[in-house]
Design a protein around this ligand. Structure first.
Ligand code: PGA
Length: 323
């Protein structure tokens, strides 16, 4: 008999459950296989074996889209509870070992990935036995993860208002207008929004927090965008701006090397748009010891290790005045 069998003939094995949960999370056998470094057929066979053990199909594919059946949802729910129990055990063991071991998972919006390593670096040096999983997505993807209670902590620049969360404010996230240094407006000292009417804007995809902030600003001020083109990543947008394909609005944190990359900030009236990053924890979830330690570290050392002044200076320089 396999040593990790859960309930003979009922729930398969822990490994099958783990594989199924990755399929449920990614809604795709191929993506789960990729994430778990397994072949497509290995994932498919294990999910099938689990379904046979349970006695009901766990998923179905409708129009190329993978959906969980009611049995699949029930198995997923139980899997999460088991995972939470395993994390609590990890936590207790970590406490017994004096935080020399443990694990926590943090999911962050794409703009936060530029500064999170500044926090994680010194934290991991202080607690070398702790493993951190660091996931990145756009705002909508991180909201979905929060909804599904997949991580210990989250970083948003615009935390979802309707969610049952505690948000710890971290630092400002200024959104600035950028252009190639060869753009005709690049030497301007001050620009009105109307002067950008003929420009093409390279915009993030729907679901992006950056895009939401821009759209909110336009709505509130009755402004319009000229032509737009959607590009799904901050880096790809920067490359496109360098090629003078258009101008863009991005977090100043994505632009720390802007000058070297041939990019300039345009001093447009009403900008930078100020949003604020917050570390978010689900109110209903007991924070693990390790995640709690990280939060404590953020409060105590955040202002010392985060590059707030650098960013302030970049923005100030672009506008040529004290902000
Ligand atoms: P995003 O980043 O644009 O990748 O969603 C979010 C944010 O800064 O709110």
């Amino acid at each position: 008999m396999s040593s990790n069998r859960l309930a003979p003939g009922r729930l398969g094995t822990l490994r099958q459950l783990e594989i199924f949960m990755k399929v449920a999370e990614t809604r795709s056998i191929s993506r789960a296989a990729e994430a778990l470094f397994l072949s497509h057929s290995a994932v498919s066979i294990q999910v099938q074996k689990l379904a046979t053990a349970v006695g009901l199909p766990l998923h179905e594919v409708v129009g190329k889209q993978l959906h969980l059946t009611a049995a699949g949802e029930a198995v997923l729910q139980t899997g999460r509870e088991m995972l939470a129990a395993a994390e609590r055990l990890d936590d207790r063991l970590g406490a017994l070992k004096g935080l020399t071991a443990g694990h926590f998972r943090i999911s962050v919006v794409t703009t936060a990935k530029y500064f999170l390593p500044r926090l994680l670096g010194p934290f991991c040096r202080q607690y070398p036995g702790i493993d951190v999983e660091f996931l990145v997505g756009n705002r909508q993807q991180i909201c979905d993860r929060l909804d599904r209670n997949l991580d210990d902590l989250y970083i948003f620049s615009d935390p979802p208002e309707e969610a049952d969360i505690t948000a710890h404010r971290l630092l400002p996230n200024p959104l600035v207008v950028i252009a190639s240094r060869h753009h005709p407006l690049s030497g301007s000292r001050r620009l009105r929004w109307s002067q950008l009417a003929g420009e093409k804007f390279l915009m993030r995809e729907p679901g992006s927090g950056t895009r939401n902030a821009v759209e909110r600003h336009l709505r509130e001020h009755g402004l319009r965008l000229g032509r737009t083109m959607v590009i799904e990543s901050n880096e790809a947008i920067k490359f496109a701006v360098m090629e003078n394909m258009g101008i863009a609005i991005l977090s100043a944190y994505a632009l720390v090397n802007a000058a070297r990359e041939g990019l300039v900030q345009l001093p447009v009236e009403g900008f930078p748009l100020m949003t604020h990053w917050s570390v978010v924890q689900p109110r209903s979830k007991r924070l693990s010891l390790v995640a709690g330690k990280f939060l404590e570290f953020v409060h105590e050392r955040g202002s010392e290790v985060l590059p707030m002044q650098e960013i302030e200076q970049h923005v100030r320089r672009a506008y040529g005045r004290q902000r």
